[in-house]
Design a protein around this ligand. Structure first.
Ligand code: NAD
Length: 287
């Protein structure tokens, strides 16, 4: 029992299904305890069918906000009063803020990635990056990177159902931002080599490298990984993916997805409480 939880305490939810495995409740409650602020974060099993009622419940109970994960990230937009330009472009919301009954949707995944680079002293603004993947994480990163001032993004993905979505988002970003965004077939290895050669940074935002694809890497030809290329991976479990191992062996600077995970949560905490997250404390507590 936290002693600061009284009749004024505020509830923050996490609406997703399945969700019991999530580390977010632990991380958020550790932070709220440390900051000594009267917020409680609880996970709720909310399926797509239950989502409209869950949002109504959020309004009725005066909840401070909620995190949103699969399968609700895209569905939830229609039930909100406002969405940020980034969340609108991404087409997905992972954070809802309830401000006096007005529900606003945000997406903090891309913010988390960009902030993790900044905190690691990696400057990608005005430069070119190659992005592997076109799913939820990759889209959030592409949008935030374009909005933040990355000059050029080359997206590579297999020609699966995600590919046309990447083309749509690239078109929007080319129209609405100064960033030049191109989408290429991952099977085009010569193009991949060329784009990486012109990039300051390469990021993996596919699931390749984590279970069930642990031990695998999208990049297998290490000659694509020159020494001064920065290589990042959204995956944080395992801490070092095969791609990061290969990149390290080539002498590249590398960064895993822990920073992205923590900073996207820190961005949520800022939205809900106005407070900065004690990042080092969180890293220590979350291991
Ligand atoms: P998603 O399912 O939305 O997208 C998966 C992407 O991987 C798609 O572009 C798909 O085409 C691609 N892909 C699948 N199999 C592939 C293969 N064999 N070769 C090449 N590409 C392949 O998933 P997501 O939510 O975007 O998550 C992607 C990765 O990012 C996951 O590993 C996830 O753990 C990680 N992630 C990390 C954070 C963080 O905070 N660090 C946040 C979100 C996601």
């Amino acid at each position: 029992m936290r002693e600061n939880i009284d009749g004024h305490a505020l509830l923050i939810g996490l609406m997703a299904y399945p969700i019991r495995h999530s580390l977010s409740p632990k991380m958020h409650n550790i932070v709220y305890s440390k900051l000594n602020v009267p917020y409680v974060y609880l996970a709720f099993e909310v399926t797509a069918e239950k989502l409209p009622d869950a949002i109504k419940g959020m309004r009725a109970l005066g909840m401070r906000g909620s995190a949103v994960s699969m399968p609700n990230k895209q569905l939830v937009l229609q039930y909100l009063d406002k969405v940020t330009p980034a969340a609108e472009l991404i087409g997905a919301v992972n954070t809802i803020s309830n401000d006096d009954g007005v529900l606003t949707g945000y997406n903090t995944d891309g913010m988390g990635y960009m902030r993790s680079l900044q905190e690691a002293g990696i400057d990608i603004i005005g430069k070119k990056m190659t992005l592997l993947g076109a799913g939820g994480a990759a889209t959030a990163i592409a949008v935030q990177a374009a909005l933040d001032g990355v000059k050029e993004i080359s997206i590579f993905n297999p020609k699966d159902s995600f590919f046309p979505k990447a083309e749509t988002i690239a078109k929007k970003l080319n129209e609405q931002t100064k960033c030049k965004v191109n989408v290429f077939d991952l099977a085009d290895t010569e193009r991949l080599r060329k784009e990486i050669a012109e990039s300051t940074l390469l990021n993996n935002a596919t699931g390749v490298g984590m279970k069930p694809l642990e031990g695998q890497s999208v990049i297998t030809d290490v000659s694509m990984l020159r020494k001064d290329l920065i290589v990042t991976d959204c995956i944080y479990s395992p801490r070092k993916t095969k791609l990061l191992e290969l990149a390290e062996a080539q002498g590249c600077r590398t960064l895993n997805g822990i920073g992205m995970m923590i900073w996207q949560g820190a961005a949520q905490i800022k939205i809900w409480t106005g407070q900065d997250t004690p990042i080092e404390y969180v890293k220590e507590k979350m291991g």
